[in-house]
Design a protein. Structure first.
Length: 304
C-alpha cells in the first residue's frame, strides 16, 4: 500500500463505524467486550479515529520489526509506549503469523493497526476481587479476502478479530493470567509485534517524514465531516551518513542485497518514559540502495 492510501482507508473506516452494519455487529460483540471490562462501540472507535495520528510504515522498517519482535524483552506495558495516544497505522505490505489453532494451517496476514487508551473494570470472580486497569486497546487489521467483504467494510482493509487489551504496569506474559483476563498465544504475539513497532518508530534508526492530504482527499474528508485532513507520518529506515572525504580509497563490490549489521536489543534509560526500556541497536544498513533488504534472524541477540 502507498502512503497516500492511509487517509482513504481511515475515511473508509469512519464510514463503516457510522453504518448500520457496524452497529449490528457491535451489538453482537458487546457481551464479549463487557467480559473484558470495557466498551468498544462504533461511537468509541469513531471518536478515536477523529484524533488518531496517522502512520505509514515502509517495507524496510517492517522487515526490522519482524526480526526484532521475536527477541523483544517482556517489560511492563506503559501507557506512554505508543508514539501517540491514539493511532491509525497502515503497513506498506502485510506480515503473516501462523494461527495457534492446531486445526488451522493457514498463515494470517496483517497490514494495519489501531490503538487507543482504555480503562477497564473486571468484575469480581471466585479467584479475584474487582479489578481496575488502565491500558492500551489495540485492533489489528488485515486485507479483505473477498469482494463481498470489501463491499461490507467499504475498504481494502478490515478488522481482524476483536480488539486486545494490554494492561499497563504488567509484563505482557502476565496478561495471560486469570486475575487480569485471558490472552491467547497468537494475541500475545500480535501485542508484542505492536510494541516492537512502537519502540522502533521512536528510535534513531527510524526516519519520520510527513505527507499532506492532496486536494481530492481534503474534499472527501470535508464532505464526510468526521475525519480531519491530518498529515500521514511516513516511517522509513534511516540511512547512515557516509563518513570521510572523496579522496579515500574505495573498493567497488557488486552486492546483491542490503543487510542490517549487529541488530540487537539493549536496555536504556528513557527520560520521556522515566523507565529503562529496550532500545534496538542497529549500527547501520550496508549495501546498495536499489537492492532488497535482507534481515537474518541469526544476527539478533539479547544483551544484558
Amino acid at each position: 500500500m502507498r502512503p497516500e492510501e492511509t487517509l482513504d482507508i481511515k475515511l473508509a473506516f469512519a464510514g463503516w463505524f457510522a453504518s448500520k452494519p457496524a452497529a449490528e455487529l457491535a451489538e453482537m460483540e458487546a457481551e464479549a467486550y463487557a467480559k473484558q471490562g470495557f466498551s468498544n462501540s462504533p461511537h468509541d472507535e469513531l471518536d478515536s479515529l477523529r484524533i488518531a495520528q496517522n502512520y505509514w510504515v515502509a517495507p524496510d522498517m517492517l522487515r526490522i520489526a519482524e526480526a526484532a519482535q521475536e527477541s523483544l524483552p517482556d517489560e511492563d506495558v506503559l501507557l506512554e509506549e505508543p508514539p501517540s495516544n491514539h493511532g491509525f497505522l497502515v503497513l506498506a505490505e502485510p506480515f503473516t503469523i501462523r494461527c495457534a489453532d492446531q486445526e488451522c494451517v493457514d498463515d494470517h496476514p496483517f497490514n494495519g493497526l489501531r490503538w487507543r487508551p482504555v480503562h477497564r473494570v473486571l468484575p469480581a470472580t471466585k479467584w479475584a476481587e474487582e479489578q481496575h486497569d488502565d491500558g492500551i486497546l489495540i485492533q489489528w487489521m488485515g486485507p479483505v479476502v473477498s469482494e463481498e467483504e470489501r463491499q461490507f467494510f467499504g475498504s481494502p482493509v478490515a478488522p481482524v478479530g476483536n480488539g486486545m487489551f494490554m494492561p499497563a504496569g504488567r509484563p505482557l506474559q502476565m496478561a495471560k493470567s486469570v486475575e487480569i483476563g485471558a490472552m491467547r498465544p497468537e494475541s500475545a504475539v500480535l501485542c508484542r509485534f505492536a510494541r516492537t513497532m512502537w519502540t522502533l518508530m521512536q528510535q534513531p534508526l527510524a526516519a519520520v517524514g510527513e505527507l499532506e492530504a492532496d486536494r481530492p482527499q481534503r474534499k472527501r474528508l470535508q464532505r464526510a465531516g468526521q475525519i480531519p485532513a491530518a498529515p500521514v507520518a511516513i516511517v522509513t529506515l534511516r540511512r547512515k551518513t557516509a563518513k570521510g572525504g572523496s579522496n579515500e580509497e574505495t573498493q567497488v563490490v557488486e552486492w546483491s542485497h542490503r543487510w542490517v549489521v549487529r541488530g540487537h536489543w539493549r536496555r536504556q534509560w528513557h527520560p520521556r518514559l522515566q523507565a529503562h526500556r529496550p532500545i534496538w541497536i542497529n549500527e547501520h544498513v550496508k549495501g546498495p540502495d536499489d537492492k532488497p533488504l535482507l534481515v537474518r534472524e541469526k544476527v539478533i541477540t539479547w544483551r544484558r
